[in-house]
Unconditional design. Structure first.
Length: 290
């Protein structure tokens, strides 16, 4: 399978949310990373068929998705950033209802619903009203909803919001297992969610792709740009003002800082191995306050 995004442009008023965006996705997990306002949600909405581009095309297996119409939409699984639910529905009821909307047969919908409730660890809560669910439980229900039609293309916008660490691990395992036969696009601010499962990472800034590569290659690109230094409280303010800090640990009266910089920040700075959060800081450093 292949999903090709070719020169997609979208404007809202005078602002270009996407500017000649190009990318090609095959089976696997693609992490979409960028600061607020970078164009992630606009891109997701165009791929999902919610918005139409002003210019450019999205093609599924070389055919324009707008020409495919409902045939393409039937292949999509989508979880928006803030999914809405009918609070008086029970969890299993809701999924069966969504199956009916998606045109899944009654016989298949019951088996699929029960399978997914178990997959997202909601089987014990299947008869509980959604209005009584926690935020994390609703998010898990939303993930199950996105998988009901066994989609070829799965689009997830901030899917782990509200999940505790254990549930995030469960989610990553689910996505990893699905990725061999599906195209999965995952937009998130939680870098660790994609660090271990993404086939490729797409860095988006001001509506443009600035990098699309395997995580290992992105790490290699900044392997000499991440440093560790120790400073006391007097030196801390000056260092924070001058450099981009990806982590700080206070111990025994000293701060150990992780600095992302093209140049060695001090003579005492030690070069260390980068992680994907360092990659994010490096490419979006002027936006680290967003």
């Amino acid at each position: 399978m292949n999903l090709t995004i070719n020169e997609v442009t979208k404007k809202f008023g005078k602002k270009k949310a996407l500017n000649c965006f190009c990318s090609s996705l095959d089976n696997g997990v693609y992490g979409l990373l960028g600061p607020n306002g970078a164009g992630k949600t606009t891109l997701i909405n165009i791929i999902a068929g919610i918005l139409k581009p002003d210019f450019g095309t999205v093609k599924f297996n070389e055919i324009d998705t707008q020409m495919l119409g409902q045939k393409y939409l039937d292949k999509i699984g989508y979880l928006p950033q803030n999914p809405l639910f009918y609070k008086n529905f029970k969890a299993r009821e809701f999924l069966l209802y969504m199956c009916a909307i998606k045109g899944i047969s009654k016989r298949d919908s019951e088996a699929r619903t029960d399978e997914l409730l178990k997959m997202v660890n909601l089987w014990e809560e299947r008869s509980k009203k959604i209005g009584a669910f926690s935020g994390g439980m609703k998010q898990r229900l939303g993930i199950a909803q996105s998988l009901l039609n066994d989609p070829d293309v799965i689009i997830l916008d901030e899917p782990t919001a509200g999940l505790d660490p254990k549930e995030r691990i469960r989610f990553r395992n689910i996505i990893s297992n699905l990725s061999a036969t599906k195209i999965i696009l995952l937009a998130t601010h939680i870098v660790s969610d994609i660090e271990y499962i993404a086939s490729e990472v797409i860095l988006i800034k001001d509506g443009n792709v600035i990098k699309q590569d395997k995580p290992t290659n992105l790490l290699d690109n900044i392997k000499d740009k991440v440093w560790s230094i120790k400073v006391d409280e007097v030196e801390l303010a000056n260092v924070l003002e001058k450099y981009n800090i990806s982590n700080a640990v206070f111990e025994n009266g000293m701060y150990t800082l992780r600095i992302v910089s093209d140049n060695r920040p001090t003579k005492e700075a030690v070069n260390i191995n980068p992680n994907l959060e360092d990659v994010y800081i490096y490419y979006f450093r002027e936006m680290t306050d967003q």
